[in-house]
Design a protein around this ligand. Structure first.
Ligand SMILES: [Zn+2]
Length: 471
């Protein structure tokens, strides 16, 4: 049973009745634990988008639920969309559907209708028209997981060629994609002192250019070329470690995958710096979050809180940081920011909180070196590709949002923001005025599945200490 995004297998729960484990030593204990978790999306899933655990033998079960729900993966020649935890997180982020509003959940559940149906047999779970193998490029850049699958003994029990996967050097694809390089909020003095004495004068073509000219030329280089050029002489190295750090920062942020999602950053602050958690919450609680319905404010699992709109506030935070940087505009200003923002000292890169003159150069080179970041870049690219196909097909089909006139009601984004609709208050076209007829009919058809979300999350049981089935 495979992930519809990265195409790697899920590992079985230790409580699976008929587990089929990867060969001994193929994955670490942590990987085995991590890869048993899944997020399921689809019209027939209780809850529409739910956290699952893989039971193997063509079955998943809803995790942390007070009711026991087991779901068949491949049936009738197709599967529902099952994704590893981070695969789901990246896909929802790229789709702009990170919130758990009813609209966003419905959009997510439409994935296998709009992009699917998924394939069956050896390639069960694969979405059509998605260039899985070429997302990082062609030739040696191709990443082919698909050819490792073959028909298994029964539906949903495909075989994965683990030894061949290892032989092809693809082990990095199963590295957890959220181990970020350590971020240095200040340039370590040793990095500067190691440079030694800078030459008083230079005579080459580059370092003799005015700094303003270099500032204009350098953004044209690739990241690799930039890092290499900066290493060619002491003068450039010095500038790269000081004056040009904002250039390296811009490069890191432009990659998009290279810094944690807001939800990942929040989790980092919560676990590594609990004393700052309250402050972080205040900083990120934009006024519109107050409109979040109470039933969705008490998520019962990590993934439910992952989206929760935090990423939607990322942009406003970035803007605040940019404004702060602009208003100071120099090294002194950055130092000022560092003093004012307690999160500026954290060893985790953040567009808004990390100082503009931190050691972004070091971080830029590190994110291109570790296996975790390699996996992250790849899964991120896959998520971008699936999102591209989703929005293209959606815009061409019956679920496309009709053209909005300037004064029409209920014009909203893709559900990635926190402005929840006031359910049931709009007349005429019901509660989905900005949606097509087909979309509204579909929404109606999955109303029950959506309502059952509360049941599988235990929201209606009124007893927090009730028994839950955790796998
Ligand atoms: Zn995956």
């Amino acid at each position: 049973m495979s992930c519809s995004l990265c195409r790697l297998p899920f590992t079985p729960s230790a409580r699976s009745v008929r587990p089929r484990w990867p060969p001994e030593g193929m994955l670490s204990e942590k990987q085995l634990q991590y890869m048993k978790h899944a997020v399921g999306m689809g019209q027939y899933l209780v809850g529409l988008v739910v956290n699952l655990v893989h039971l193997d033998d063509n079955m998943f079960t809803i995790n942390n639920s007070p009711v026991l729900v087991t779901i068949i993966w491949e049936t009738g020649g197709k599967t529902f969309v099952a994704l590893h935890t981070h695969c789901a997180m990246f896909l929802r982020h790229n789709l702009g559907l990170t919130s758990n509003t009813q609209e966003a959940l419905i959009e997510c559940s439409l994935l296998d209708i709009i992009v699917g149906p998924t394939q069956s047999g050896a390639h069960a779970g694969r979405l059509n028209n998605v260039d899985y193998e070429g997302v990082l490029g062609q030739g040696s850049q191709r990443v082919d997981i698909e050819s490792l699958w073959s028909i298994g003994p029964t539906a949903g029990n495909q075989d994965f060629a683990w030894h061949e996967w290892k032989r092809r050097g693809l082990e990095w694809t199963a590295v957890r994609p959220d181990v970020f390089p350590r971020f240095s909020p200040t340039v370590l003095p040793a990095r500067l002192s190691n440079l030694g004495e800078r030459p008083a004068t230079t005579a080459d073509r580059i370092t003799t250019l005015p700094l303003d000219v270099l500032h204009i030329l350098l953004p044209y280089l690739s990241d690799e070329a930039y890092v290499k050029l900066m290493a060619t002489c002491r003068t450039l190295r010095y500038h790269a470690l000081t004056t040009f750090q904002p250039l390296a920062r811009a490069r890191v942020l432009r990659l998009r995958w290279a810094v944690p999602l807001e939800s990942e950053y929040a989790s980092y602050v919560r676990t590594k710096h609990p004393a700052l958690a309250d402050l972080y919450r205040q900083l990120t609680s934009a006024p519109e979050t107050a409109t979040h319905p109470p039933s969705r404010s008490a998520p019962s699992s990590p993934t439910d809180s992952d989206g929760a709109g935090l990423d939607a506030r990322f942009n406003s935070l970035s803007l605040r940081a940019a404004a702060a940087a602009q208003s100071h505009g120099n090294g002194n200003g950055n130092t000022d920011t560092r003093h004012r923002d307690p999160l500026a000292h954290l060893e985790m890169a953040h567009a808004a909180h990390s100082p503009v003159d931190a050691d972004w150069l070091h971080y830029l080179s590190q994110v291109h070196r570790t296996s975790s970041m390699r996996a992250r870049r790849w899964v991120w690219a896959l998520a971008g590709e699936v999102a591209r196909v989703y929005w293209k097909k959606k815009s061409e089909g019956p679920y496309a949002d009709p053209e909005q006139t300037p004064d029409s009601d209920g014009v909203k984004g893709r559900g990635g923001d926190e402005k929840d609709e006031k359910e049931g208050t709009v007349g005429g076209k019901g509660k989905w005025p900005g949606k097509s007829e087909a979309w509204r009919v579909y929404a109606q058809s999955v109303e029950q599945q959506y309502e059952m979300r509360r049941v599988v999350q235990g929201g209606n049981m009124g007893n927090a200490s009730q028994t839950r089935f955790t796998w």
